[in-house]
Design a protein around this ligand. Structure first.
Ligand code: GLN
Length: 447
């Protein structure tokens, strides 16, 4: 804990943490030390973990990097976080992220940008940018983030760490601030696949507080990371031809494919007709869900209330106008539009249908193949400010991550190469629903 606290102080300019809990972390470390002496310590004894500012931890501030939750303190601990504590993990602090997890560069935080530790002029990715940099710069051993359309995987790729998004519903969402509930999933940012496996094993499983959490038994992922036999791996042809793909990212994919073949695995190019529809479908559905989820922040129940309000309507309007940042407001408006009576069928219903097609086609491919591989992101970490004036360019950065989110299948980003400037390139593996065991074992083999 002392080691990480010192690193956090020395690297405060990265802006990865919004808040650090030094006394509490040290006290817990002492208590865990005592348990270790007695031989009663849990599976995560001594693991120092940071939490993205979307995870409820009782008695601690929680604000999704937004001003609308200014002054809000969580009155309970979410299930995933509680399970970490029960296994003697040490929570060291709360991490910066894009406001309400909306973004791909951490530039939408009301607490300022997070800097990529490999090059401070580059973004860390998002929305779990602070969480990725915290692991990259050794400010904690592991971070817990959330992934709705890539928010764990893409920052992991940009920062050279391992980012796992489990199957939708594998980990309870109780205590996770909702962005788009049918996509949201808690995930991990770690140095190694082993750590991802261990954390998943601890956090996953049924939960009486989240009826959508899967009832399936949780395998001991960390105990079974050996790969058996040769695998069948598919990749979508068009991903390698897509216009904004950085040549070095393409080369990393081609190298990975060649290497897999050389090691005796079967690798095959496949067609996927819906590549162009993935980003639009994702944004129609997630903004719709977000507009509904974020309606609870009305200036009355949580956090910020505008001092300028004169009556109830102006209380709502002013609190929301002053409390939400521009990207969140844009998404609330987009989502309200696609859900409005006159456009519901044209956008929301159609979006649901396209999602179904993407899900079915993805599942079909995963019947033929053990895994699908694709880049995590089309480029390595881009310059701070490069995409921030152009939301559409920013949304296109999600092109390769939203498929797993639309389909609900597990996916992992692995740091496999670097570009000429030493920036990390992530390779993404998608697996079958609830087959994290196979996905993690093969990831370990690849890294
Ligand atoms: N970049 C995507 C978005 O802005 C992903 C965000 C996420 O996964 N939370 O919606």
């Amino acid at each position: 804990v002392d080691y990480y606290l010192q690193n956090i102080r020395e690297k405060a300019h990265l802006n990865a943490f919004l808040e650090v809990f030094p006394e509490e972390a040290i006290a817990r470390a002492e208590a865990v030390d005592a348990k270790i002496q007695q031989g009663t310590a849990g599976k995560l004894a001594g693991m120092v973990i940071g939490l993205k500012d979307v995870l409820a931890y009782k008695g601690h501030k929680l604000q999704a990097s937004s001003q609308i939750l200014n002054g809000f303190t969580s009155i309970y601990t979410g299930t995933a976080v509680q399970r970490l504590l029960d296994e003697d993990a040490i929570i060291i602090g709360r991490q910066n992220c894009d406001e309400f997890a909306m973004g791909a560069s951490n530039e939408n935080s009301s607490f300022g940008n997070v800097l990529n530790a490999a090059d401070n002029t580059k973004v860390p990715g998002g929305s779990s940018g602070g969480s990725a940099v915290a692991v990259q710069a050794d400010l904690c051993l592991a971070s817990i983030g959330s992934d709705t359309g890539g928010s764990v995987r893409q920052p992991a790729a940009f920062c050279g760490v391992v980012g796992l998004k489990p199957t939708y519903s594998r980990i309870s969402r109780y205590g996770l601030i909702a962005y788009a509930s049918s996509f949201d999933q808690i995930g991990t940012l770690t140095h190694s696949v082993e750590d991802a496996a261990l954390l998943l094993e601890v956090m996953a499983g049924a939960d009486e507080f989240d009826s959508t959490a899967s009832q399936r038994e949780v395998p001991a992922y960390s105990q079974n990371l050996a790969v058996s036999g040769k695998k069948k791996i598919g990749y979508i042809k068009d991903t390698l031809e897509s216009p904004g793909l950085q040549p070095e990212v393409k080369a990393a994919m081609e190298n990975a494919i060649a290497q897999l073949k050389a090691e005796g695995h079967e690798v095959e190019a496949v067609d996927f007709p819906y590549l162009d529809y993935m980003v639009p479908t994702y944004y129609i559905l997630t903004t719709a869900e977000a507009s509904s989820n974020l309606s609870r922040f009305d200036g009355v129940k949580f956090g910020y209330r505008s001092p300028q309000a004169t009556d109830l309507n102006s209380l709502y309007k002013k609190s929301r106008a002053e409390g939400f940042g521009p990207e969140v407001q844009r998404r609330i408006m987009l989502g309200t539009f696609v859900l409005s009576a006159s456009y519901y069928d044209a956008y929301y219903t159609k979006g649901q249908k396209v999602r179904r097609l993407i899900k079915e086609k993805t599942e079909d491919l995963l019947k033929r193949f053990d895994f699908l591989i694709l880049p995590t992101a089309p480029t390595t970490a881009f310059n701070i400010g490069e995409n921030s004036a152009n939301p559409l360019a920013m949304y296109l950065a999600d092109i390769f991550t939203v498929q797993a989110s639309l389909a609900g299948v597990p996916a992992i980003s692995l740091p496999v190469a670097q570009d000429a400037n030493g920036l990390s390139i992530g390779l993404q593996l998608m697996g079958r629903s609830f087959e994290e065991q196979e996905l993690l074992a093969f990831s370990k083999y690849l890294t």
